[in-house]
Write a protein that binds this ligand. Structure first.
Ligand code: SAM
Length: 327
């Protein structure tokens, strides 16, 4: 079992398959970011991912989420999914939805039932302004396609003040007749993503905004949930808020991350990384490194965000951009 100094058990691994993406959201994939993709030998192969997962599963991992970049752009993603389906773990995917129509059968065959789709606007023009790609209609159709095929679908919305904070109730109204779980995410700071506290639309502001149109009730959250769930009575779906900035949930964190270039991070905001891939390639046992990385985990937000978010100085945060870490 992978346990840290604060007795938190870690059984959930998020693997970034690539740092490439077919959208260009500047909060995740900043325009002036050095486009130094993990190509060729720098990136974990399907076989290496399989070997690394095998070690994590031996140490008690029960859930794996494939993410990126955009995990579905990688050509051998079907092979990776097939390899992971042989492990006794739940496999889930986070995707921007652009390529989902190619994957319904692959997911079904591998027993994947839960898909998170990112969608920051329900307006085609605004979606284009955020992502620089005209893929809104395709993504919406792909969300319907997943629902028709009985997948559990969560929609991730990064809420930014002055950008899409006026659309929260449109997303909530989507849950009236569709069994969707919409999750509103507070905007987080990463390298080069022009974060500022003025752009954060906080958990409390979101609840207040939604209360101007809907009455809602709190749902019970499970032990490791990062989202705080709510239901509008009579709606088929639900909504939730991920309050990383104003009410972090580190006390119940069970997550570890592996970047596409094979570095392990014990927290989204961790300063340090453990080079698992190089050790694997040298033929070393990677389990002691994995254990050490978990053990060194800081109590809260990678030890980097100690003040209230309003006083945060992002120039002092040492981290990669989200697209390089894997969301
Ligand atoms: N391409 C996939 C997708 O779109 O879901 C997976 C990777 S993406 C980095 C994972 C999630 O991180 C997305 O929901 C994205 O919106 C979110 N994300 C990226 N940058 C963020 C930021 N600065 N603050 C909050 N969430 C962010």
């Amino acid at each position: 079992m992978l346990t840290d100094r604060f007795n938190r058990i870690h059984d959930y691994l998020r693997i970034s398959l690539t740092d490439k993406c077919n959208l260009r959201c500047s909060y995740c994939n900043p325009p002036d970011l050095l486009k130094d993709h993990f190509k060729g030998l720098r990136r974990m192969t399907a076989q290496e991912i399989d070997q690394i997962v095998c070690a994590f599963v031996k140490e008690g991992v029960k859930k794996i989420r494939l993410t990126g970049g955009e995990p579905l752009v990688r050509k051998d993603t079907p092979e990776i999914i097939e390899r992971l389906s042989k492990y006794p773990v739940e496999v889930a995917i986070s995707t921007n939805g652009v390529l989902l129509h190619n994957y319904v059968d692959i997911f079904t065959k591998a027993g994947i039932r839960s898909i998170n789709v990112s969608l920051d606007s329900l307006k085609r023009e605004k979606f284009f302004a955020i992502t620089k790609r005209d893929e809104f209609n395709l993504i919406l159709n792909n969300i319907y396609l997943l629902l028709q095929n009985d997948f559990r679908v969560k929609i991730n919305v990064v809420v930014m003040k002055g950008v899409n904070d006026d659309e929260l109730n449109d997303f909530v109204s989507l849950t009236k007749h569709l069994p969707l779980h919409v999750r509103f995410i507070e905007f987080m700071p990463f390298s080069g993503n022009a974060w500022s506290r003025e752009k954060v639309f906080s958990y409390q502001e979101m609840l207040h905004h939604i209360s101007t149109k809907y009455q809602f009730m709190k749902l019970e959250d499970s032990q490791h949930d990062t989202d705080k769930k709510y239901l509008v009575p009579g709606h088929e779906g639900a909504f939730a808020i991920i309050s990383t900035m104003t009410q972090p949930f580190c006390g119940r964190c069970n997550r570890m991350r592996l970047t596409a270039d094979g570095k392990m991070k014990n927290c989204l905001f961790s300063k340090t990384e453990m080079d698992i891939l190089s050790a694997l390639r040298k033929g070393n046992d990677i389990i002691p490194l994995i254990k050490q990385c978990v053990w060194m985990k800081e109590e809260k937000l990678g030890g980097q965000i100690k003040t209230m978010y309003g006083e945060l100085d992002t120039t002092k945060i040492n981290n990669r951009s989200m697209i390089h870490i894997g969301g």
